[in-house]
Ligand binder design. Structure first.
Ligand SMILES: [Zn+2]
Length: 193
């Protein structure tokens, strides 16, 4: 099975091994199989092993890699994308309803699928916008055009270089081997849907 390095929303729990870039900055979590394969290809070095989970092969024995560091420059594929959370959607949309422009409080955020899910609309940056309850209800399972609404701006995926967004990685449990990188990791939190 090929494992993607780019952590997507639903794949953020694939958290066996933390990958660092060449400067030691946390990039992503990947499966341990992917980590071992990167090491075998000589593309990464193991920084921390799990003392309790031992991988055995005829010619070697090693702890399951928990932290690895890439040897070479980051390929584009490895760059972190801005995590698609309610919070980050609100940041992109300036906390305002993308139909009527009303500025919203956190508790009043609703996320609207521009092309409704019922019509095949996907949960992607370009199809999700912040909306007030009133506009969201009024729009219902219709397109903006059908509902007589206009988007105040075209929803786009934020740039990974935009410092307004939160890049921390999400995992279920913080393992001891990752504690040095705590500042970059969220753990034991519910992912916002
Ligand atoms: Zn509105």
């Amino acid at each position: 099975m090929a494992v993607r390095l780019r952590p997507r929303y639903s794949e953020e729990y694939m958290s066996d091994t933390l990958i660092l870039d060449t400067s030691g900055f946390p990039l992503a979590f990947v499966s341990w199989q992917r980590a071992v394969s990167l090491q075998w290809q000589d593309r990464a070095v193991v920084i921390a092993e799990d003392a309790e989970r031992i991988l055995r092969a005829p010619s070697f024995e090693m702890g399951l890699p928990r932290v690895i560091k890439l040897r070479n420059h980051i390929s584009r594929k490895l760059r972190l994308k801005v995590p698609m959370t309610r919070r980050n959607i609100a940041i992109r949309d300036h906390s305002s309803c993308q139909y009527c422009g009303m500025v919203l409080q956190t508790a009043d955020y609703t996320i609207d699928h521009v092309l409704p899910r019922a019509r095949g609309g996907k949960s992607v940056w370009t199809n999700l916008v912040l909306a007030c309850v009133r506009c969201n209800k009024h729009k219902s399972d219709r397109t903006p055009q059908e509902a007589g609404l206009l988007l105040t701006q075209k929803p786009v995926e934020p740039s990974q270089f935009d410092p307004r967004f939160n890049f921390r990685l999400h995992i279920k449990v913080l393992r001891p081997e990752w504690s040095d990188y705590k500042a970059y990791i969220y753990w034991n939190v519910e992912l916002e849907k």
